[in-house]
Design a protein around this ligand. Structure first.
Ligand code: IPM
Ligand code: MN
Length: 328
């Protein structure tokens, strides 16, 4: 059976790395039909579309979505700050209910996964201005934590930990300062833990987790954390695990009420776009996560292994793609 993939190659290095990811998927022998969606900063500048309702409905019809990177150069005055992030990427996460952002990190001697809550927290967009532009202006930016939203993410993390060899789950938060949200997270964590007696648990404050990730990452197996903490922590984890050019992510709707979205953690890197210097391995690994979620577990495992074997190789974007494809 062929899988229907909506492809948002996006801006900057997005199209280059997505081309290599699809090359590898095909080399693995997985039948896919792709539909390209031209979305991102360049599209917005051309005709003003960020993500129309029609495009969203069309994307909803696919089995999965593969995204390269979206966004123009930082400080570009033609694209309002946050417009593409909020109007496209976050809108897709919210509308498709992609409530888990799964980010695995593997490198020699290192193997852990971050389960980042992906639809709430400070990303929910609660807040606003009062007296904007005056000397007395006020800006608030809330963090939204629903019992349902937190619990379903934690449940996913426990189930994942249960399926892994070490069966260890760490809650990362800042419960000593964020005493309302932290309390809710801790109580939800403890409640779900009661259903998973085989999983051992621990807790780290997010600042301490930053030290641990650098000094002793092997203490972690699965981490579950809030949206913003997860965003920051996974950039750090990427740097620790061999560089952001290797970090993959899966924005999952575990209930499968719609397609899930797979994307490298890195951005559009406009400074190196078109130079052949973009590392396609993060996008290739993201495609492997996609195949795994689509049930193509054998192909996913073969790609993941081929990436590991090719990771020490150097070369241009397409040479690295060829190196992985050639190993399949
Ligand atoms: C990520 C990115 C996004 C985020 C941005 C582009 C909105 O940094 O996927 O980690 O903050 O979630
Ligand atoms: Mn990020």
């Amino acid at each position: 059976m062929s899988h229907s993939i909506g492809v948002i190659a996006g801006d900057g290095i997005g199209p280059e790395v997505v081309a290599e990811a699809l090359k590898v998927v095909r080399a693995a022998g997985v039948p896919v039909e792709t539909v390209d969606y031209e979305l991102g900063a360049a599209r917005y500048l051309r005709d003003g579309e960020v993500l129309s309702d029609e495009t969203l409905e069309s994307l909803r019809g696919h089995d999965a979505i593969l995204l390269g990177a979206v966004g123009g150069p930082v400080g570009s005055r033609d694209v309002p700050r946050g417009l593409i992030e909020r109007g496209l990427l976050l809108r897709l996460r919210f509308e498709l209910d992609l409530y888990v952002n799964l980010r695995p990190f593997t490198a020699p001697g290192l193997d852990f996964v971050v389960v980042r809550e992906n639809t709430e927290g400070s990303y929910a967009g609660e807040g606003g201005f009062l007296r904007k532009g005056t000397p007395h202006e006020i800006a608030t930016q809330g963090s939204v934590n629903t019992r349902r939203g937190v619990e379903r993410c934690i449940r996913f993390a426990f189930d994942l930990a249960q399926s892994r060899q070490r069966r260890h789950l760490t809650l990362v938060h800042k419960t000593n300062v964020l005493t309302f949200a932290g309390d809710l997270w801790q109580r939800a964590f403890d409640a779900v833990a009661a259903d998973h007696p085989d999983v051992t648990t621990s807790y780290s404050h997010v600042d301490a987790a930053c030290i641990h990730l650098v000094e002793s990452p092997d203490r972690y197996d699965v981490i579950v954390t809030d949206n913003l903490f997860g965003d920051i922590l996974t950039d750090l984890a990427g740097a620790v695990a061999g560089g952001i050019g290797l970090a993959a992510s899966a924005n999952l709707n575990p209930d499968r009420t719609g397609p899930s979205l797979f994307e490298p953690v890195h951005g559009s890197a406009p400074d190196i776009a078109g130079t052949g210097r973009a590392n396609p391995l993060a996008a290739i690994r993201s495609a492997a996560l996609m195949l795994d979620f689509l049930g193509e577990t054998d192909a996913a495992a073969r790609i993941t292994k081929a990436v590991t074997d090719a990771a020490s190789q150097s070369g241009t974007t397409s040479e690295l793609g060829d190196a992985v494809a050639g190993r399949l």
